[in-house]
Design a protein around this ligand. Sequence first.
Ligand code: SF4
Length: 102
Amino acid sequence: MPSRRQILVRAIAVPALLGAAARASAQDAALLKESDAEARAVDYHADAATATKSPGYQPGQTCANCGLWGGEPRDATGGCGLFFGKQVAAIGWCKAWEKKGG
Ligand code: SF4
């Protein structure tokens, strides 16, 4: 029979390990490549600075200020509502960019 100390340690350690695993999984999500078929379909650029000649691009638009961005403001990469299981660059852009709250 486990002691009260062992039960307490497990109660603290198990959720901490599950949280760490979830964070590691999000960080390990594959980074979308411009060459990926789904990226090409929406003219994704890993750096919006290279999208200046793309139809629809407006200066200042980046993944980090897109309504579909799933990352935190300071993240270099984050999720995107278009690409399940992949991360996009905060400085990226694609033609599906939409205004936040729009
Ligand atoms: Fe970036 Fe928005 Fe396009 Fe996703 S939909 S790749 S966040 S610009």
